[in-house]
Design a protein around this ligand. Structure first.
Ligand code: SF4
Ligand code: SF4
Length: 242
């Protein structure tokens, strides 16, 4: 059975609706955005990957954690048990805080979910990326346009390497998180989740390339897990000692 990236695994992306039609790169995708901004209004489902947050942080020249505090909400994915960030709608009006004058004020650093819309994306455990056509009633028809044109226009093809690595890293972490949840006491597992949030989202220098930092952070996350497992062993021994 093919394993798919679930939307709560901490990556950005539209949830692929059942029955959505898979599109090949050279198949027609005659959609052009009208720039009405409706897909930025009243939404609470725009998930961010660490790469998305790093791009916004670089665009705003702020540390990722500062951007997250100001514009995002962190929660724990129900299935994955991983920390997940989503864009938080503005308190007043409920629209995306980056929507200014009907336009995206961070257009050149917009999250993958925004760049994809109205496409769905799926990344499987082999790293295969598929795109799906989802029903929408917005935009206008652009005759002759292909899926490949859209991916290029919105920079989606250029970031595939990052999104693939992020998805695979999150899938592997989700498998480990299931074991850590069984092994560790709740207080230590929560500490582990905080470490994962740090490594997946926050401990990045926006002036440095993303991917090497992600690889380094993943090593750090697994090293932290070992430390917590050792701590758990010591706690367990202490409890059973007479
Ligand atoms: S993708 Fe659709 S809803 Fe969003 S701005 Fe473009 S036309 Fe409007
Ligand atoms: S980040 Fe930009 S494109 Fe995405 S929802 Fe906000 S305003 Fe819209």
């Amino acid at each position: 059975m093919r394993r798919q990236m679930q939307p709560d695994l901490g990556r950005a992306g539209e949830q692929v609706q059942s029955g959505a039609l898979e599109l090949g790169l050279l198949q027609p995708f005659p959609f052009a955005c009208r720039g009405c901004g409706d897909c930025c209004r009243g939404r609470e489902d725009i998930l961010l990957s660490g790469y998305d947050l790093w791009r916004i942080a670089r665009r705003l020249n702020l540390p990722p954690q500062v951007v997250a505090r100001g514009y995002c909400r962190e929660y724990i994915g129900r299935e994955s048990r991983l920390p997940v960030l989503r864009l938080a709608p503005a308190k007043r009006g409920g629209n995306c805080s980056f929507l200014v004058g009907g336009r995206c004020s961070i257009h050149d650093a917009e999250p993958l979910a925004c760049a994809l819309y109205p496409l769905g994306q799926e990344i499987d455990s082999e790293g295969q990326i598929r795109y799906y056509l989802q029903p929408v009633s917005c935009g206008r028809v652009q005759p002759g346009a292909l899926l490949a044109d859209h991916l290029k226009q919105y920079g989606i093809d250029a970031r595939e390497e990052m999104d693939r690595r992020w998805a695979l890293a999150c899938m592997a972490l989700a498998d480990h998180a299931a074991l850590w949840k069984k092994e560790l006491e709740p207080v230590l597992f929560r500490r582990m989740q905080a470490k994962m949030a740090q490594g997946l989202y926050y401990e990045y220098d926006p002036r440095e390339e993303f991917l090497p930092q992600l690889e380094e952070n993943l090593c750090w996350i697994y090293a932290q897990a070992e430390k917590l497992q050792q701590m758990q062993k010591r706690r367990t021994i202490k409890k059973i000692e007479p």
